[in-house]
Ligand binder design. Structure first.
Ligand code: 5AD
Length: 364
């Protein structure tokens, strides 16, 4: 490609220039941690920000046109054996009102979702030992038997490789497991000692090698996060090359250790969405619920920064409030699956088209 025709600069950056990191990224050169740090510092620079946003939108359009994919999110259990300090459904939170859905209830959600036009279902839950590997595989099998034209995504945490293999053989297509932070010290600040970045990374690598489309990701503005941490997150994503990346602002939950911590920045989240779109141009990038929770137009802003996926809530309405990862999580309104027409209106108003279909990643 003749970069000169599309880029506002030459592709051979030279010398110490705050814009060089942005140029390197846009020109798809391999980035170092220092490059990413520079790029994150360039957040303050309106001109660089504009380039990056425009480039993110150009790439989004190149790979996906104006299409926005939808996934029906089924939050099927809020029991969790883990105790991540930021999360409202962490095991030690005795105030959380717990629920889990039966296989029949999960299938009923899929049936409803299928009628509404969803062709990807995401089964997300806490790490709940009730759902043994056998139970989980049976659920996966039944969904894939009933809806062979749909993609099935699991988001059920860290497991041994054998479990991932079993689910894959049962028919699961994709797996979401945010790495949360790629910095060891920061990881320790967010998680208790029985969890490790090493195991998280092992899980992601296992999932990839088993042929899943894999999603990693992180919160923006989680307690203790520095620019260096975010630079390491970007480096981690560059290395992992995941098909999906979930990025949302941290939002405090009143019954966690971080109740009094400030929420992450919507603007910085949008900036990171653009950076990730350029870093991984074919990536499936959701405009997350957390973004929509902090800003009434968060999802539209996310799409305009480079996101191309929305994940409306398909859980039984009576349980939605209980899947409370953070305070004031939106769960009625456009993010509810049954409000598809109003979601469609908003997506259209933002200049995009909401499409049905599995919405797989389009590799170059
Ligand atoms: N604020 C924002 N996002 C959160 N998550 C969990 N707790 C919070 C919070 N307080 C995110 C985590 C997890 C995903 C399911 O939800 O990144 O991976």
């Amino acid at each position: 490609m003749n970069a000169k025709n599309t880029k506002p600069f030459s592709c051979r950056p030279a010398g110490p220039d705050p814009k060089n990191a942005a140029k390197k990224l846009i020109c798809r050169q391999e980035m170092t941690k220092e490059d990413f740090t520079e790029l994150l510092r360039a957040y303050e620079n309106q001109e660089v920000r504009k380039w990056l946003r425009e480039e993110a939108l150009r790439l989004r359009k190149k790979y996906y046109g104006n299409q926005v994919f939808t996934r029906g999110l089924i939050e099927f259990t809020n029991y969790c054996k883990n105790n991540c300090y930021y999360c409202g459904i962490r095991g030690a939170n005795q105030k959380a009102v717990r629920y889990r859905l039966s296989q029949e209830e999960i299938l009923a959600c899929c049936q409803e979702g299928y009628k509404l036009g969803f062709r990807t279902f995401v089964l997300q839950g806490g790490e709940d030992p009730f759902y043994t590997d056998e139970r989980m595989a049976a659920i996966v099998r039944e969904i894939k038997d009933s809806y062979p034209d749909c993609a099935l995504t699991l988001s059920i945490g860290e497991k041994p490789r054998e479990s991932y293999q079993l689910f894959r053989e049962a028919g699961a297509d994709r797996y979401l497991l945010r790495h949360e932070t790629a910095n060891e010290i920061h990881y320790r600040q967010l998680h208790p000692a029985n969890m490790s970045l090493e195991n998280r990374t092992r899980c992601l690598n296992d999932l990839k090698s088993l042929g899943y489309q894999v999603g990693a990701g992180m919160m923006v503005g989680s307690p203790g996060q520095t620019l260096q941490c975010l630079a390491e997150d970007l480096l981690f994503l560059q290395k992992l090359q995941p098909q999906m990346v979930g990025i949302g602002p941290f939002i405090p939950h009143h019954d966690t250790c971080f109740a009094r911590e400030p929420a992450g920045s919507v603007e910085l989240t949008l900036y990171l969405l653009s950076l990730v779109r350029i870093l991984l141009p074919w990536v499936l990038l959701p405009a997350t619920t957390a973004l929509g929770t902090l800003d009434p137009f968060g999802r539209e802003k996310g799409l305009l920064a480079g996101a191309n996926v929305v994940m409306p809530n398909l859980s039984p309405p009576k349980n939605r409030k209980q899947y409370e990862l953070y305070d004031h999580k939106i769960c009625t309104g456009e993010e509810a699956a049954e409000c598809r027409s109003s979601l469609e209106r908003r997506v259209t108003a933002a200049g995009f088209t909401l499409v049905s279909g599995r919405g797989d990643a389009r590799h170059p």
